[in-house]
Design a protein around this ligand. Structure first.
Ligand code: 13P
Ligand code: ZN
Length: 275
């Protein structure tokens, strides 16, 4: 068992869960994380898979480009706090069937359970981001980021308004997410509707905000995805702090300043969001 926990993918997965817990983003079972294994990860992990995998479970969605792939996923109802303490109970590895519409557990969740209730959303968004990034995307991460959530009560729920507020809240933001963020209106979590609405946004963006719920990011590896989550949430915190002074925004980073940052750092800022 410990051999499984020493594989680089499982170590990275557990570290990311602990880092998110340490940030205060994962009250109770809040949030979920999935990672698509590389061939090397699979080779390292396969010896530890169950001799008898659990039964196939239909996902209700299809990601044909992910047929035959494997994911590590947090379990539904499991606490991020416990991932590092009791990973065999808190996370699982799932195999996707060739059609890309069902999964089965091949390791983990030793006391029963199923992958995160957001697994169809994660899976569909892996499918979209794999296409959008030429196969580079491996991580999807959802967290209950308090400052982003707070802003969804006061800012207009548009991609443009949120992106501009975040870009202007910290100078590095346009470098970290020059493409901006999408905003998904309030929706029931865990269902096909929020999966599809998020996919529409993630065709364009690396990250989306779920109104009154949290943040949903993607990335090629754990550090990049976590760093994106962290940067967005910190920018939101700065915006909340500035607004909390109660004096309005007196000065900010202007649109031409954002263009200058993008030029200097060689990133392609989404010009349609600039005045
Ligand atoms: P799960 O415990 O099923 O992952 O749900 C937590 C959550 O944050 C839903 O959006
Ligand atoms: Zn959630």
């Amino acid at each position: 068992m410990s051999g499984m926990l020493n594989t680089p993918a499982m170590k990275g997965f557990m570290k990311t869960c602990k880092d998110g817990w340490d940030q205060g983003w994962h009250e109770r079972n809040g949030g979920n994380l999935t990672y698509r294994l590389t061939d090397a990860d699979l080779e390292a992990m396969r010896p530890f898979f169950y001799a008898e995998p659990r039964e196939w479970v239909s996902m209700g969605v299809t990601g044909a480009n992910l047929g035959g792939s494997y994911f590590i996923a947090t379990g539904s109802g499991k606490y991020f706090r416990n991932v590092e303490l009791n990973p065999e109970d808190s996370v699982c590895v799932v195999e996707i069937n060739e059609a890309g519409d069902s999964y089965r557990i091949v390791w983990g969740l030793i006391n029963g359970g199923r992958p995160t209730s957001e697994f169809p959303t994660h899976f569909m968004n892996h499918s979209v981001r794999v296409s959008a990034t030429g196969g580079a995307c491996r991580v999807i991460y959802h967290a209950h980021t308090a400052n982003v959530i707070a802003l969804t009560y006061v800012l207009p729920l548009t991609d443009r308004d949120f992106t501009r507020a975040l870009w202007k809240s910290a100078t590095e933001c346009p470098v970290v997410f020059p493409g901006g963020v999408g905003v998904v209106p309030w929706m029931v979590p865990g269902g096909a509707d929020i999966a599809l609405a998020t996919c529409e946004k993630m065709k364009k963006y690396e990250a989306s905000i779920w109104a009154q719920h949290g943040t949903f990011v993607s990335g090629p590896d754990f550090d990049t995805a976590f760093g994106l989550m962290h940067t967005i949430e910190k920018a939101a915190q700065i915006h909340v702090l500035a607004l909390s002074c109660g004096m309005g925004i007196r000065q900010t980073i202007e649109d031409d300043d954002l263009r200058a940052i993008a030029r200097e750092f060689g990133v392609d800022i989404r010009e349609e969001f600039l005045d």
